[in-house]
Design a protein. Structure first.
Length: 312
């Protein structure tokens, strides 16, 4: 187990370096000069040149990237061009709300998707099976922003059942729980369909295996066969999909946080890009990339726990 974790971490190093390089080049390719953004629209050319030298923008591109990586190694993400505060401070304030939103989305979407897929496999070719598959296709097809706007208009604005703007507090408080329901339904809604489809397909394949027929021949109930023998062995491809989909949720969180004014990393990234705040935008890219790497590492560990053949 430890060896697998170390190997995955070693593989993540060049991936993270590539993300840093790509994010740095994308920010450099923008039409806006960072020195002009910091100096302001009314600054003179002399002031802009002085700020450019102070920020190191007059140096060659490879030198700028080397200095950027060196600062990151010392946990220095730079200073925001707009707010003039350390980027790390803004990031630390937004990571918590994003993690809350991710947890609130997954805590109901994963069990529901696995449950629907298992039921569809148990009663395959029935009306329930067709209904679950139709629901899954609809969930995959409908974009995140449509679900979010529909919930804002219907549940939040027309019925006024739940708040739909901002974060009212931590997740363990009543106000915080009410505020996270609509964003969590939006973000998790696109997650249920793919999980249900993959679970159904994996369970149907396992139900035809020899060990499942043997379990049935021993007289075990269908519930025990489904849960202990079929579902557990079908979880490896499901875990693969979970890892990929959770990674995509980081992208969906950007849209969801913007729609619901949720103060997370995704909303911070959108604001930084729109205002040409390059250090802040680069910081959010790094955090999102780290989140994706951590998710994939967790999936690899789950592989090892589910399949003993990978422990050798």
């Amino acid at each position: 187990m430890f060896r697998i974790i170390v190997l995955r971490l070693l593989v993540a190093i060049p991936v993270m370096f590539g993300v840093l390089l790509l994010g740095f080049l994308l920010m450099q390719a923008g039409p806006t000069d960072a020195a002009v953004v910091r100096a302001g629209p009314n600054a003179t050319e002399d002031v802009i040149n002085a700020i450019r030298q102070e920020m190191g923008l007059d140096k060659p591109l490879y030198v700028q990237f080397g200095l950027y990586v060196w600062r990151l190694m010392h946990a220095d993400f730079g200073i925001s061009l707009i707010n003039n505060v350390p980027v790390i401070n803004e990031l630390m304030q937004t990571i918590g709300p994003t993690l809350e939103l991710m947890f609130a989305s997954l805590v109901w979407a994963i069990p529901l998707g696995i449950g629907l897929g298992t039921l569809a496999a148990r009663y395959q070719r029935s009306l329930l099976d067709r209904s679950v598959m139709a629901f899954s296709v609809a969930g995959v097809s409908v974009p995140v922003f449509f679900i979010g706007l529909l919930l804002v208009w219907g549940v939040g604005f027309k019925l006024q059942w739940l708040p739909f703007t901002g974060r009212a507090g931590p997740l363990w408080t009543l106000d915080g729980l009410k505020a996270v329901i609509l964003p969590a339904l939006t973000l998790g809604g696109v997650f249920v369909g793919p999980v249900a489809r993959m679970t159904r397909s994996a369970v149907v394949d396992v139900l035809g295996a020899d060990h499942v027929r043997t379990a049935r021949a021993k007289g075990l109930s269908e519930t025990v066969v489904m849960l202990r023998h079929a579902l557990r062995n079908a979880m490896i491809p499901v875990v693969t999909l979970l890892g990929l989909q959770i990674g995509f949720l980081l992208g969906g969180a950007v849209v969801t946080e913007t729609i619901f004014s949720w103060p997370g990393v995704g909303r911070l990234a959108v604001g930084a890009i729109l205002s040409s705040d390059f250090p802040m935008a680069q910081g959010t890219i790094i955090i999102l990339a780290l989140g994706f790497i951590v998710i994939n590492l967790t999936v690899d560990i789950l592989y090892t726990a589910l399949d003993p053949r990978l422990r050798g």
